[in-house]
Design a protein around this ligand. Structure first.
Ligand code: NAD
Length: 360
């Protein structure tokens, strides 16, 4: 198979971790006989420095022509003082918008090898945590109009609009049901329909869409309860389907309880065109350029790319198994270091995974 991948290294630890993700993809190509053509483009602070814009047109063009996009991270203190329109993070929002990436998939998995890092009580963690949050990414209160800050009755007043139409709900619900079909066939739709009209429509449309997915079990939960249940008993969840703002918060909560920010990948998909694959963490400026970053979230994002963008399930499994074997063999970067394990840097960690992938 021949595929083109647009690489967006970005800022901070971005270039270091992406190099390891690329090394793993090259090893997959070598082992399984695929050709991955990589083309690099600018985003974030690096793009601002070179062009004055966080998302140059040339980057959008390169992304559009690719079969998948592999992004590391953007941002850093150097650009914090810039106006909001040209901050590095605008590059991220811009590329999601330009490519119509409406579905954000974030797995949260507690690997037995890293159970010690989990923030939950041991008896709760022992039940396991293997869920995926399917978050709508292009609608809701983050994009709804009208929005603004104005003076009303002599008081400064800020307002936003929580809004979804039925088609936006239907298409993300389908992604959740399809995802569940490849997992444990359970979807929990999370909203606040006891208070919000947009949530009432959400629930109604999810129930309608479910008629095409009778093999998948559907349940409903209010967002405040979901936030509690994630901590009380995350083992009850398989796929959590939710809107943009609730998903923003719940996906961070689900990932932090695993205790390993440097381990968690994500995918953002559109109706057609290339998907975008990236670790969930940021550019970690505090450790940038020191070969200390954990590249495993980026490497696991490459596995998601293989599975979701290229339908290469066996290759994705091989990458995930190589990561687990590396951990089983006791190698750890600083962020997941435990007593009795072997501390390695970013490059060495990537090499260990490549060695196990090629040997497996
Ligand atoms: P961060 O995720 O970059 O870092 C939080 C903490 O986790 C830091 O101590 C960092 O060293 C550590 N960390 C993160 N990734 C790690 C890894 N792979 N290995 C080891 N340690 C890791 O979040 P932050 O500090 O809030 O943000 C830093 C910059 O990143 C900001 O400019 C922010 O806007 C940006 N950011 C970008 C993205 C993205 O590109 N998707 C996401 C979040 C934050």
């Amino acid at each position: 198979m021949k595929k083109t991948i647009c690489l967006l290294p970005g800022d901070g630890i971005g270039p270091e971790i992406l190099a390891q993700g690329v090394a793993v993809l090259k090893a997959v190509g070598q082992k399984f006989g695929h050709e991955f053509c990589m083309e690099e483009a600018l985003i974030g602070g690096a793009a601002i420095d070179a062009t004055g814009q966080p998302l140059p047109d040339a980057t959008v063009e390169t992304c559009r022509k690719a079969d998948a996009i592999f992004l590391a991270a953007v941002g850093g203190p150097k650009w914090d003082g810039l106006a909001p329109e040209i901050r590095p993070e605008k590059g991220l929002l811009g590329i999601r918008k330009a490519l119509g990436l409406f579905a954000n998939l974030r797995p949260a998995l507690l690997l037995p090898e890293l159970a010690g890092a989990c923030l939950l009580r041991a008896d709760v963690a022992a039940k396991g945590l293997d869920l995926i949050v399917v978050r709508e990414l292009t609608g809701d209160v983050y994009f709804g109009e009208p929005r603004g800050v104005e003076v009303r009755d002599g008081l400064r007043t800020g307002y936003n609009t929580m809004i979804y139409n039925e088609e936006e709900i239907r298409r993300i619900a389908r992604v959740a049901f399809e995802t569940a079909r490849q997992r444990n066939k359970k979807v929990c739709s999370v909203e606040k329909s006891n208070v919000l009209e947009s949530s009432r429509l959400w629930k109604e449309v999810v129930i309608e869409t479910h008629k095409d997915y009778a093999d998948v079990e559907l349940s409903h939960m209010y967002v405040d309860n979901a936030a509690m249940q994630l901590v009380r008993d995350p083992s009850q969840f398989d796929v959590i389907l939710t809107g943009n703002i609730f998903g923003d918060i719940l996906s961070d909560e689900a990932s932090v309880i695993t205790g390993s920010l440097g381990m968690l990948p994500s995918a953002s998909m559109g109706a057609s065109g290339p998907g975008l694959f990236e670790p969930i963490h940021g550019s970690a400026p505090d450790i940038a350029g020191q070969d200390k970053a954990n590249p495993l979230a980026t490497i696991l994002s490459a596995a998601m790319m293989l599975r979701l963008a290229f339908q290469l399930g066996a290759e994705a499994d091989a990458v995930e198994n190589a990561v687990r074997q590396t951990l089983r063999d006791g190698f750890r970067t600083g962020d997941i270091m435990e007593e009795g394990k072997t501390l390695v840097g970013c490059t060495a960690m990537g090499q260990k995974v490549v060695e196990r992938l090629l040997a497996g």
